[in-house]
Ligand binder design. Structure first.
Ligand code: PLP
Length: 382
C-alpha cells in the first residue's frame, strides 16, 4: 500500500494578527511618572500603589519595572494582591516592603509573616491580634497603623485614637513602621478638608509613640512638602490620571487602546443602529463596527458619547455599546481611510483616559481598573 499523503498543516497565525483590539501599556511612561513623583517628594520616600492589578495595567509587569527604577515600597488593598506583588518582586527586589491596606483577617497572622507582608492595622482589635501574635512568637512584628482623619472607612476613629494614646502599651510587640492616614478630597485643591485632615493627623502623631508617617496619595503630593511626611503613596498619577484636575496633566499617559474596524457599511436615512435602535441615521452614513464592548471595560454609559480617532480625525460613537461591539460614524472620513482592518484609537494621545472618563460620567481610575482581559496586550519599555 502506498504511504498516505501528508496532510497539510495550517500555519498558526500571529496572535496579534488575530486580535481585534490592542492595549498598549507604556512601562517607560509609568517609570517616568514614578521618577517625577519620587523627585517631587524627596527626601521623603515614594511608594507605588499597585492595588487592583496596578490599576488594571498588570502587576506582573508594572512591579518589576518600578522596582528596577528603585521603588522599594508597594501598596495593595488585599492579601492575595500582596502575594502577587511578592512574586513579581522576587527576582528584582526581594527586600522591598509590601503593605496590605485591607487589614488583618482573623487567624491569618502567620500568612503575613511567612510572606513578609505588612498588615495595615485599622482598628484596636487588629492591633491586639497582631500584638498577641508577636507575644506568642516572641519578638516584635512590623505593621502600619491607619488613623482615620475624616474618611470614615478604615482606620482608628477618634475614640480608638484616645484609647491608644492613653494606653500605648497596646502597641507592645508591634514595630510601627508608619502611622498613616488617607485624604478624602485631595483632588479638589480649594477644599478645606485636606487642611483639616492635615491638622488632625499632626495632632494624632503628637499623642502617639514616635514613628514614620505616611499621608499623601497622588493629589496630596501636589499640595506641597508639608503634605509629604516620610512616605508618599501615589497610585493614579503613576498610570497617567491627572492628579491636578484644575491644571494641565503633569503626568505621561501610559495606556493606548486601539481597535480594528471589523466592518464598514453604508446606511440610508431611517435606518437605525444597534440595540434599542438607539441611533437613527439622518442622512446617508457610513457606520463602522469595532470589536470592543462593555465586557472589555468600555463602559455602557459611553454609548452615544465621545469619539474615536482614525489617523487623528474624530469619528463619533453612535448607538449603544454592546457587550463586544461599538459602532462609530465614519461618514466624515474618506473611504480609503475608514475601511475594514483599519486601526482606530479609543484611548491614547488623542483621547486621554480622563476625557473618556468624563464622557462616561466617571473617573479615570474606573476606566483603567475596568480595562478588559480580552485585549491583546503589548508592553513597551521596562
Ligand atoms: C488607593 C489609595 C492610594 C492611592 O490613591 P491615588 O489617588 O490613586 O493616588 C493611597 N492610599 C490609600 C490608602 C489608598 O486606598
Amino acid at each position: 500500500m502506498p504511504a498516505p499523503e501528508p496532510v497539510p498543516q495550517p500555519v498558526p497565525s500571529d496572535p496579534a494578527a488575530r486580535a481585534g483590539a490592542f492595549l498598549t501599556v507604556d512601562l517607560a511612561a509609568v517609570v517616568a511618572n514614578w521618577t517625577q513623583l519620587r523627585d517631587r517628594v524627596a527626601p521623603a520616600e515614594c511608594s507605588a500603589v499597585v492595588k487592583a492589578d496596578a490599576y488594571g495595567l498588570g502587576v506582573a509587569r508594572v512591579v518589576p519595572a518600578l522596582a528596577a527604577a528603585g521603588c522599594r515600597t508597594f501598596v495593595v488593598a488585599q492579601f492575595e494582591e500582596a502575594l502577587a506583588v511578592r512574586r513579581a518582586l522576587e527576582p528584582v527586589a526581594p527586600d522591598a516592603q509590601v503593605f496590605s491596606l485591607g487589614g488583618l483577617p482573623a487567624g491569618c497572622e502567620g500568612d503575613f509573616i511567612a510572606n513578609r507582608i505588612l498588615p495595615v492595622l485599622n482598628h484596636l482589635g487588629e492591633i491586639a491580634a497582631w500584638g498577641a501574635f508577636a507575644a506568642l512568637r516572641g519578638g516584635a512584628l512590623p505593621a502600619v497603623i491607619h488613623i482615620d482623619t475624616g474618611m470614615n472607612r478604615l482606620g482608628l476613629g477618634p475614640d480608638e485614637l484616645d484609647a491608644l494614646a492613653a494606653e500605648p502599651a497596646r502597641l507592645a510587640g508591634i514595630d510601627v513602621r508608619y502611622w498613616m492616614t488617607h485624604l478624602a478630597c485631595a483632588d479638589e485643591f480649594d477644599n478645606p478638608m485636606t487642611g483639616a485632615q492635615l491638622d488632625r493627623f499632626r495632632s494624632a502623631l503628637a499623642r502617639l509613640p514616635k514613628a514614620k508617617a505616611s499621608f499623601a496619595n497622588s493629589s496630596g503630593i501636589f499640595h506641597g512638602p508639608d503634605h509629604h511626611f516620610d512616605l508618599a503613596r501615589p497610585g493614579c498619577a503613576l498610570y497617567g490620571v491627572n492628579p491636578t484636575p484644575h491644571l494641565p496633566n503633569p503626568m505621561r499617559g501610559t495606556v493606548r487602546l486601539d481597535a480594528r474596524l471589523l466592518q464598514v457599511r453604508n446606511c440610508t436615512p431611517a435606518m437605525t443602529v444597534g440595540y434599542g435602535a438607539a441611533h437613527a441615521v439622518t442622512g446617508p452614513a457610513r457606520i463602522a463596527t469595532i470589536g470592543v464592548g462593555y465586557a472589555d471595560g468600555y463602559l455602557r454609559a459611553l454609548g452615544g458619547k465621545g469619539q474615536v480617532f482614525v489617523d487623528g480625525v474624530a469619528a463619533p460613537i453612535v448607538g449603544r455599546i454592546s457587550m463586544d461591539l461599538i459602532t462609530i460614524d465614519v461618514s466624515g472620513l474618506p473611504e480609503q481611510v475608514a475601511h475594514a482592518g483599519r486601526m482606530v484609537e479609543l484611548i491614547g494621545p488623542s483621547r486621554p483616559v480622563d476625557r473618556v472618563a468624563a464622557e462616561g460620567g466617571t473617573i479615570g481610575y474606573e476606566i483603567l481598573t475596568s480595562l478588559g482581559r480580552r485585549y491583546h496586550r503589548v508592553y513597551l519599555g521596562g
